[in-house]
Design a protein. Structure first.
Length: 564
């Protein structure tokens, strides 16, 4: 008799805790794991996992799918790379609670701060939002359904806008306003928020070039809102660091609330060549004292995209001073000037800038789309010219519109290896759903397994899987997922450890209003299972796009985030 819904036979079980891999089967019934090791019972569906790793589904705690979830129930491309649970609302940029009159300001904030297309956002979310409160937001997502599980942090930015209106970007809040915000955060936690998120980062600029609302908050306001987590007795605080909000402040808030803080992000090169080390040491010391302040790290370089019509990553060079001073036509004249070109070649010949320049990706060259995603150094060598000349030639042939992606941080592989393997850190910052037309790091899980586990051996397979599963689930209070254990939800990612990887970025036009974005395909991901249902097989969706989907809304609570 076929007792089980699904059995996965003969795989290498990597259970997510970091324990050694072992060969075995895994049985699933009613969306839960009912057997791990030897499973004798038959099942309606059998997956042969010979030679493959069977791991818990990956948990991505740093995404920005808050708007995308309303037009893309699959939350692509996360499930392509084995992700079965995501957390959104990061950096405080949620979209609930929102009053009807503030909808456009919220979308314009996302447009500005997360590089999302405003047309896509407007077309995708529609004008008649199915929610005002945070609870209604979660309910609306649940009604529509999702392929993977979704949890959300309540964001400081919408909460502040809800209470203070447009003044939210301009001034500190009054005591009464902070009290009103505390009420909204408490309501959101009661409705199922996994925690509270904020940002003080100077790079977070919202509508009309103004700072995002959370940046105008006094520290006492952030402490007050974080205090709701302490009062509730559950939930995580996620924060992007900035002036007046770093390790000392995090430690004080953590001590007072008793809740973990997961901050964004500790990147190699951020505080000088070895600057990451002192932060690692301080974090380890704090954690040894029981202060759970945990830096998020990333396994991919931080890229920025630019065009030679506004070459901001190059403008710190003296050579570019006349460029900065010139208008558009003046810039074209300078880029064509042989003297300027000679000096530019010298500057980009070897050295750190030369390496960055050589590895820079061409991110959109309308006259020749086949260059999309290719490296400047490779194309320059094919054409027998210097990379600096290639960049200038392509730009001049395209009205300075050609886009280039340059890695600016997290490029030193030895330093990144230290960050990835340090016990005080956790993985984060995939930023999935954000910056969609400029970058794509949602593929970080397969990059971790392909590059950092298999090719470089920086992490063991067991440790790599732990970093992608039980660790983020535990910090974010998702207690019934992230491990292969009887009784837990049957979220599984089955992959080939000898081939798993992410492929280079390609541009597609599948967003609302014809907007484009970058995606990365996965290699070696055999199957993805969410709550016992196979949603992907061999790189293809295994369910009809418009039918019922198995993902759940992950709701926080004293008992841990469990599906309702
Ligand atoms: Zn973010």
């Amino acid at each position: 008799m076929d007792d089980l819904d699904l059995v996965v036979r003969g795989g290498t079980l990597v259970d997510g805790t970091g324990s050694p891999a072992r060969r075995g089967d895994l049985g699933v019934r009613d969306g839960r794991i009912v057997g791990v090791g030897e499973v004798r019972a038959g099942a309606r569906r059998t997956l042969d996992a010979e030679g493959l790793v069977v791991a818990p589904g990956f948990v991505d705690v740093h995404t920005h799918y808050d708007a995308q979830v309303f037009w893309d129930r699959w939350l692509t491309i996360s499930p392509w790379h084995g992700v079965t649970s995501v957390v959104m609302g990061n950096c405080g940029f949620g979209i609930a609670p929102t009053r009807p009159e503030h909808r456009d300001l919220v979308l314009r904030t996302l447009e500005s701060v997360e590089g999302m297309s405003l047309e896509a956002l407007r077309a995708g979310v529609g004008s008649d939002w199915p929610f005002e409160t945070f609870g209604e937001f979660l309910d609306a997502i649940e009604r529509r359904g999702t392929a993977i599980n979704v949890g959300a942090l309540v964001g400081h930015t919408p909460v502040r806008l809800y209470v203070m209106g447009e003044e939210a970007t301009e001034r500190e809040a009054t005591a009464a306003e902070v009290e009103a915000m505390r009420g909204l955060v408490a309501d959101a936690l009661a409705a199922g928020a996994l925690g509270f998120a904020t940002s003080k980062s100077p790079t977070h600029v919202g509508w009309g070039g103004r700072p995002v609302p959370s940046r105008a908050a006094a520290l006492s306001e952030i402490e007050g809102l974080a205090g709701c987590l302490g009062d509730a007795g559950f939930g995580v605080m996620q924060a992007t660091l900035g002036p007046g909000l770093f390790l000392d402040e995090f430690a004080a808030i953590q001590r007072r609330t008793g809740r973990p803080i997961s901050w964004t992000a500790l990147l190699a090169g951020m505080l000088g060549p070895d600057g990451h080390r002192s932060v690692l040491e301080q974090s380890a010391r704090m954690q040894a004292d029981g202060v759970r302040v945990i830096p998020q790290v990333s396994c991919r370089p931080l890229m920025i995209e630019f065009q030679m019509k506004a070459p901001f990553p190059l403008e710190s060079m003296a050579l570019f001073r006349p460029v900065s001073a010139a208008d558009f036509e003046g810039r074209k004249r300078i880029y064509a000037d042989l003297e300027f070109r000679r000096a530019f070649r010298d500057k980009t010949d070897g050295g750190p800038l030369g390496v960055r320049f050589d590895g820079m990706e061409i991110g959109g060259h309308a006259p020749d789309p086949s260059l999309d995603g290719r490296r400047v150094g490779d194309v320059a060598r094919e054409r027998g010219i210097h990379p600096a000349d290639l960049v200038l030639d392509l730009s001049l042939a395209n009205g300075l519109e050609t886009r280039f992606r340059m890695a600016v941080l997290n490029t030193d592989e030895a330093a990144v290896a230290e960050l990835l393997s340090h016990p005080a850190t956790m993985l984060g910052l995939s930023d999935a759903g954000a910056h969609a037309s400029q970058l794509c790091d949602a593929c970080a899980p397969t990059e971790l397994l392909g590059h950092w586990v298999r090719e470089k051996g920086v992490l063991t397979l067991e440790e790599g899987v732990r970093r992608l599963t039980s660790e983020p689930a535990e910090v974010f209070g998702v207690r019934d997922r992230g491990r292969l254990a009887v009784g837990l939800a049957a979220d599984l990612t089955i992959f080939d450890p000898t081939t798993v990887d992410c492929l280079s970025l390609r541009r597609v036009r599948d967003f609302p209003a014809g907007a484009d974005r970058l995606v990365s395909d996965a290699r070696g991901v055999r199957a993805v299972v969410v709550n016992g249902v196979v949603i992907r097989e061999d790189g293809v969706d295994a369910l009809p796009a418009d039918g019922p989907l198995p993902g759940r809304v992950l709701r926080g609570g004293v008992g841990g985030a469990t599906a309702k």
